[in-house]
Design a protein around this ligand. Structure first.
Ligand code: PSU
Ligand code: MN
Length: 325
């Protein structure tokens, strides 16, 4: 139908449906894809700025974009650059984020400060969801989301990702919740927030990032990308303002190191507590230490599962776009 519209009208639709403004910059390719109802997948950038060491952070960010493109989907990596929220980054912008040592970790509460000071940062799951939703993107792929930290019932260290999932209608594709977190309490909190949680595939166990099974039962399952798309469509049809969490178990061939990584996580969590690491520094500290303790095994597994999530998430975005036509 769009093909029949005049090019002037098409440009008008692109411009208006993108809602780019002074604070909010949507990359032209992403803009065009959205206007044409082409599938788009949002990607976060705290994983680049705080989740992985250089240069693997950069290579992974670029590989993930390539995987998405190979599925015929447009990638839109989200970040804040000099006080502006960007949806879709150039190669130079990815290079900058990956190598800069001054970027901040930007979740919902950080956005006003970072914008007002003209600073730059990687957006967390929470920050990315806000930008992706504003741009009109429905599917967002990442590695792992934040959760209720162990001992969270005392510290109240509960990731803003969970409350964001409760109030922003985006489908987040992840490999479940890391066992650096309290998985049981995280699932309870998600239920309270009204987040529909489903594991991708047949496994009854909710996945724990590095391991296929957490020991906690998954509330629901979706067996393929069509079922996942149907679930997302239902959220939209109901007008729910809450998100969907789709958990994709780590592929078999990369799950082998699971137990060794688990042991390192136990040690790193203890170390973080002894060192008095708090708040936003906890997750990056533990990720870094686990990678050291496992001599890079956790990073390799992390990269492998993100690649897989990008593939699955792109297939879901495609199924969703087909469903909407
Ligand atoms: N888990 C990872 N890698 C990451 C993160 C989580 O395996 O990089 C990042 C994500 O951006 C997530 C954030 O949104 O950490 C959660 O941080 P916190 O626990 O401080 O809310
Ligand atoms: Mn926290």
């Amino acid at each position: 139908m769009l093909g029949k519209l005049s090019s002037t009208l098409q440009r008008y639709i692109s411009a208006t449906s993108c809602r780019s403004d002074v604070l909010f910059k949507i990359h032209p390719t992403v803009c065009e894809a959205l206007a044409e109802h082409w599938p788009v997948v949002a990607l976060e950038s705290t994983i680049i700025t705080h989740g992985m060491p250089y240069p693997q952070n950069l290579s992974t960010a670029k590989e993930v974009e390539e995987i998405v493109k190979a599925e015929g989907v447009i990638p839109a990596t989200v970040a804040v650059l000099e006080g502006k929220v960007h949806v879709g980054l150039s190669s130079d912008e990815l290079d900058f984020l990956a190598s800069s040592k001054t970027t901040l970790k930007v979740s919902r509460r950080d956005l006003p400060y970072v914008i007002s000071k003209g600073l730059s940062g990687g957006t967390t799951v929470s920050g990315t969801m806000i930008a992706a939703h504003k741009a009109g993107i429905s599917v967002f792929v990442t590695g792992g989301i934040g959760g209720v930290h162990r001992d969270g019932e005392n510290t109240l260290d509960v990731s803003a990702d969970l409350t964001e999932l409760g109030r922003t209608p985006i489908a987040v594709v992840s490999a479940g919740i890391k066992s650096i977190l309290d998985i049981g309490r995280t699932l309870e909190f998600l239920e309270t927030q009204g987040v529909c949680v489903a594991t991708y595939g047949e496994s009854k166990s909710f996945p724990a990032f590095f391991s296929q099974k957490s020991g906690y039962t998954s509330p629901y399952n979706v067996l393929n990308s069509e079922e996942a798309a149907e679930l997302i469509v239902s959220t939209h049809s109901l007008g729910l303002q809450s998100g969907v969490l789709l958990a994709v178990p780590i592929p078999d061939e990369h799950a082998a190191a699971g137990q060794q990584i688990e042991d390192a996580i136990q040690a790193a969590v203890k170390e973080a507590r002894l060192k008095g690491i708090r708040g936003r520094d906890v997750t990056p500290f533990i990720l870094h230490r686990v990678n050291e303790l496992t001599e890079g095994q956790s990073l390799r597994a992390n990269i492998a599962l993100i690649h897989n999530n990008a593939l699955v998430g792109s297939q879901i975005a495609r199924a969703l776009a087909e469903r909407m036509h």
